[in-house]
Design a binder for this molecule. Structure first.
Ligand code: C2E
Ligand code: CA
Ligand code: CA
Length: 719
C-alpha cells in the first residue's frame, strides 16, 4: 500500500510521458500519411497524365532510354505542357531524367532569391530562348551545354532552372538547390518503381516542405524516362497541422476529461483515506474528551523521553494527578459536569506545565505528565500540579461554580526508577501519600514511602492470613442511654489476636480494611462471629439489646448481602432489630447510592437498625440522608474530643442532634472519654453515648461481666 502510494507520482509522470509521446508520434505519422496521400494524388496523377503525352512531346524515346538516341524534344511544347501542370498550383517543378540519370529538362516556379544586384547574367553557353513574353515562367532547352539561366530580379518568383546534364549536383551556383540523391535516383531507374519522398531537409529552399514524386516511364520493362515531380506541401502541411493540432487538442481534452473524473474520485478517496488515517492516528493517540494524549500515546512516548534524558544526562519529572472526589462529582452532578471538569483540569495542566511536557489522560480522572527537570525550578514542583480551586461549569444551561481540587504525586527519573513501570509505581505511592496527607495535594516520592508501601503490603498479607487462621475476633463496646444509663447495645469491633504482638486494633491493620477483598472477607467473618456470640448470649439470657456491625460498601454491593444477613439472623434465632448496620456517610453518598439504599431498605424492612457512622466527616447532605432508611446518626468522635473547650464543636453537635432528632433519628455521640464530655453531649440532647468513659471494647466472653458492672455503676450513681 505504502509502495503504491510513493510510486504514484512516478507512475503518473510515466503515463503522461508515454501518452504525450504516443500523441506526438501519432501526430507526425498522420501528418506524414496525409502529405503522402496529397503528394500521391497530385504528383502521380499528373505523372501518369504526362506519361501518356510524353511521346508527342519528347519525340521517340529509345528503348535503351538514352537521351542521345531520343529525338530532340519539342521544347516549346514541352514547356507549354509543363506550364500547364505547374499552373495547377501544388506542383512547382518537373524534371525529366533520362535512363542515364541525367536531367534533360527542368521546369520550375520556385527559386531561392538571388543575391542583390545579380540581375540577368549570362553564363557560358546559356540561352534564353524559352522565355515567353511576360509569362513569369522560364523554360530552357535541355541541351547538354551545362548552362544556367539566371533570372532577373523581376523573375525571382518564377524561374526556370536547368541543370547541366553532366553533373547532377544538388545546388547550382545561384543557390538553387535540388534535394536529390543520385544513388536513389539511380536505384529508382534500375528498379522502375514509383516513389514518393517527403522532404523538409532544405530550410533555405522554398517551399520548406515538399514531396519528390518519382514516376518511371517504362518501356519493355525498362525505365526510359524518370519523371520527377516536386509537389509543394507547405500550405497543405500548414492546414493539416492546424487540423491535427485541433484534433490532438480535442483528444487531449477528451482523455483529460475521461481521466479527470476517476482521477478526481481517486484523489477524493485518497484524501478521504488520508484524512481518516490521520483521524485514526489522532484517535489512537489522543483522549477525545480533553484533546491531550491518551494512555497509549503516553506509554509509547514516555520511554523515549526517558531515553533522551539518559543520553542528555538530565532529569525528568513524572507527575500523576487525580481529581479529588471525582466519582462523587460525576454521580452527583452528572457525567456532563464530570466531563467539563476533566476538560478544565486538562486545560489547566497544559497551561501550567512547560510546553514540551508530555501531558496525558491515562484513566478516568487520572492524568500523567512528564516534564523536563530543567524547566521546573526545584521546590516549585507542587505549583505545576495546582489548579484554581473552582471551575465555572455549565449545569443544565446554568453556569455554576464547582469546587475542584486535585492531588499529585511525583517521582524523578532516573533517581526514583529507571523505567516507566517503576516510576509510575513510585509516583503512585507519592500520590497515595499526598491524598493521605493533611492538605491532600502534593507528594514527592522518597524511599520512606516505599518502606511504608512495603509495610502496607505486609499488613495486607498478614491480616488476610490471620482471617484465614481465625485470629480475628469481635470485641464489643457498649452504647449507653444518656437519660437512663442503661446499656442499649454494643458495637462489634474487629481485633487481631496476634500470636506475638497481642491484641491489635484497626489502627494497625486499617490499610487491610481499605482493601476490598479483605473488607469482604472480614465482613463475612464478623457477621458469622457476632451472630454466633449473640446466639450464645441469647441462650444464656445476656441482655445485649442491639449489636452494631460495621459494614463497608463492598459488603453492601455484594449480591445477596442483605439476604445473607437476614438468613444468618434467622438461623441463629435472632430478630432483625437485634442488629444495627453501621455504615459510613461516604458509603451512602457514592456512586452506588441507589443500590446501597435499596440494600439498606431490605435490611431495614427486616427490622435492622441502620446507623450512619462517623457522621459529620463526610460529604452527605440532609437531602441525601432523608431518603435513606437510616435510623441513627453516630457523631464522629472528632467533634467530641474537644467539645468541652470548643464552642464551635458544641454548636455543630447541637445542630447535628437537632437535625437528627427532627428527622426522627437516634443520635449517638462517639468517643466520650470523660464525665465533662458526657454531661455536655447529654445536655445537647444526644440519645446515646459510646466511649472509653464507660468501657473500651471487650471480648465476647467478658460482655456479661461488663453489663453487670455498668448496671452496678448505674445503680450506685442512682443510689
Ligand atoms: P468506628 O466504627 O468509628 O469505631 C469506633 C472506634 O472508636 C473504635 O476504634 C473504638 O475503639 C474507638 N473508640 C470508642 N470509644 C472511644 C473513645 O472514647 N476514645 C477514642 N479515642 N476512641 C474510641 P477501633 O476499634 O480502633 O476501630 C476503628 C475503626 O475500624 C472503626 O471505627 C471502624 O471504622 C473500623 N472497624 C472496626 N471493626 C470493624 C469491622 O469489624 N469491620 C469494619 N468494616 N470496620 C471495622
Ligand atoms: Ca462503627
Ligand atoms: Ca465511628
Amino acid at each position: 500500500m505504502r509502495d503504491r502510494k510513493t510510486h504514484l507520482p512516478l507512475i503518473i509522470v510515466i503515463a503522461v510521458t508515454v501518452f504525450l509521446g504516443a500523441l506526438y508520434v501519432g501526430y507526425n505519422r498522420t501528418l506524414h500519411w496525409l502529405l503522402m496521400e496529397d503528394a500521391y494524388s497530385v504528383g502521380m496523377d499528373w505523372a501518369y497524365h504526362m506519361e501518356t503525352h510524353l511521346p508527342e512531346l519528347m519525340g521517340s524515346v529509345g528503348t535503351d532510354g538514352s537521351i542521345e538516341d531520343a529525338a530532340e524534344p519539342d521544347h516549346n511544347e514541352l514547356a507549354e505542357f509543363a506550364l500547364e501542370i505547374l499552373a495547377i498550383g501544388n506542383i512547382y517543378q518537373i524534371d525529366f531524367i533520362n535512363a542515364n540519370c541525367h536531367c534533360d529538362a527542368s521546369f520550375g516556379t520556385y527559386l531561392t532569391p538571388l543575391p542583390e544586384g545579380s540581375g540577368e547574367k549570362e553564363v557560358a553557353g546559356a540561352t534564353n530562348d524559352g522565355l515567353r513574353g511576360d509569362t513569369p515562367l522560364a523554360v530552357k532547352s535541355a541541351s547538354p551545354v551545362g548552362s544556367v539561366t539566371v533570372p532577373s530580379k523581376a523573375e525571382l518568383d518564377h524561374v526556370f532552372a536547368k541543370e547541366g546534364s553532366h553533373h547532377f549536383a544538388n545546388a547550382s551556383e545561384n543557390g538553387f538547390r535540388l534535394p536529390q540523391d543520385r544513388a536513389l535516383i539511380h536505384s529508382i531507374i534500375q528498379e522502375g518503381r514509383q516513389d514518393i519522398i517527403i522532404r523538409r531537409d532544405a530550410p533555405e529552399f522554398q517551399p520548406h516542405v515538399f514531396a519528390e514524386v518519382f514516376y518511371p516511364v517504362l518501356s519493355g520493362g525498362k525505365t526510359v524516362y524518370l519523371l520527377r515531380i516536386l509537389v509543394d506541401l507547405q500550405e497543405r502541411e500548414a492546414l493539416y497541422e492546424t487540423l491535427l493540432a485541433a484534433g490532438s487538442l480535442a483528444l487531449l481534452l477528451l482523455v483529460a476529461l475521461s481521466f479527470a473524473y476517476p482521477a478526481n474520485k481517486f484523489i477524493e478517496i485518497t484524501r478521504g483515506k488520508k484524512r481518516s488515517d490521520e483521524r485514526a492516528r489522532f484517535l489512537a493517540n489522543h483522549d477525545l474528551m480533553t484533546g491531550i494524549a491518551n494512555r497509549n500515546a503516553f506509554q509509547e512516548q514516555a520511554p523515549r523521553r526517558f531515553a533522551q534524558c539518559k543520553s542528555d544526562r538530565t532529569e525528568s519529572l513524572l507527575f500523576l494527578v487525580d481529581i479529588d472526589g471525582f466519582k462523587g462529582i460525576n454521580d452527583y452532578y452528572g457525567h456532563h459536569a464530570g466531563d467539563q471538569i476533566l476538560k478544565e483540569v486538562a486545560k489547566q495542566l497544559r497551561v501550567n506545565f512547560p510546553d514540551d511536557s508530555l501531558i496525558a489522560r491515562i484513566g478516568g480522572d487520572e492524568f500523567a505528565i512528564i516534564a523536563s527537570g530543567d524547566s521546573i525550578k526545584p521546590g516549585s514542583e507542587a505549583e505545576f500540579a495546582t489548579i484554581p480551586g473552582s471551575f465555572e461549569i455549565n449545569l443544565n444551561q446554568r453556569m455554576q461554580k464547582l469546587d475542584v481540587s486535585i492531588a499529585a504525586g511525583m517521582a524523578r527519573f532516573p533517581r526514583d526508577g529507571d523505567g516507566l513501570q517503576e516510576l509510575m509505581l513510585n509516583a503512585d505511592l507519592a500520590l497515595y501519600s499526598a491524598k493521605k496527607s493533611d492538605d491532600r495535594s502534593f507528594g514527592e516520592f522518597d524511599a520512606h514511602l516505599r518502606r511504608k508501601f512495603q509495610n502496607r503490603v505486609n499488613v495486607l498479607r498478614d491480616f488476610a492470613l490471620a482471617l484465614e487462621r481465625k485470629q480475628v475476633v469481635p470485641y464489643y463496646q457498649p452504647l449507653i442511654c444518656t437519660k437512663t444509663g442503661h446499656i442499649k447495645g454494643f458495637e462489634a469491633l474487629a481485633r487481631w489476636m496476634h500470636p506475638q504482638k497481642g491484641v491489635l486494633t484497626p489502627a494497625v491493620f486499617h490499610e487491610a480494611l481499605e482493601d476490598r477483598e479483605i473488607a469482604l472477607a472480614l465482613g463475612t467473618y464478623m457477621l458469622d462471629a457476632i451472630t454466633a456470640d449473640m446466639a450464645i448470649w441469647k441462650s444464656r439470657g445476656v441482655p445485649f439489646e442491639t449489636i452494631g456491625l460495621n459494614v463497608t460498601d463492598a459488603d453492601l454491593l455484594r449480591p445477596g448481602f442483605a439476604l445473607n444477613v437476614i438468613g444468618k439472623l434467622a438461623a441463629n434465632g435472632l430478630a432483625g432489630n437485634e442488629l444495627a448496620i453501621e455504615i459510613t456517610e461516604n458509603c451512602v453518598f457514592g456512586g452506588d447510592k441507589d443500590i446501597i439504599s435499596s440494600k439498606l431498605k431490605e435490611l431495614g424492612s427486616a427490622g435492622c437498625h441502620i446507623a450512619l457512622d462517623d457522621f459529620g466527616t463526610g460529604y452527605s447532605s440532609i437531602t441525601h440522608i432523608k431518603d435513606m432508611p437510616v435510623t441513627a446518626l453516630k457523631i464522629d468522635k472528632s467533634f467530641i474530643r474537644e467539645i468541652a473547650d470548643d464552642s464551635a464543636d458544641q454548636a455543630i453537635v447541637r445542630a447535628m442532634v437537632d437535625l437528627g432528632s427532627a428527622i426522627g433519628f437516634k443520635v449517638i455521640a462517639e468517643g466520650v472519654e470523660n464525665a465533662e464530655q458526657l454531661n455536655l453531649v447529654q445536655s445537647l440532647g444526644c440519645h446515646l453515648v459510646q466511649g472509653f468513659y464507660y468501657a473500651k471494647a471487650v471480648p465476647a466472653a467478658k460482655v456479661p461481666e461488663l453489663i453487670a458492672q455498668i448496671n452496678r455503676n448505674r445503680a450506685k450513681m442512682a443510689g
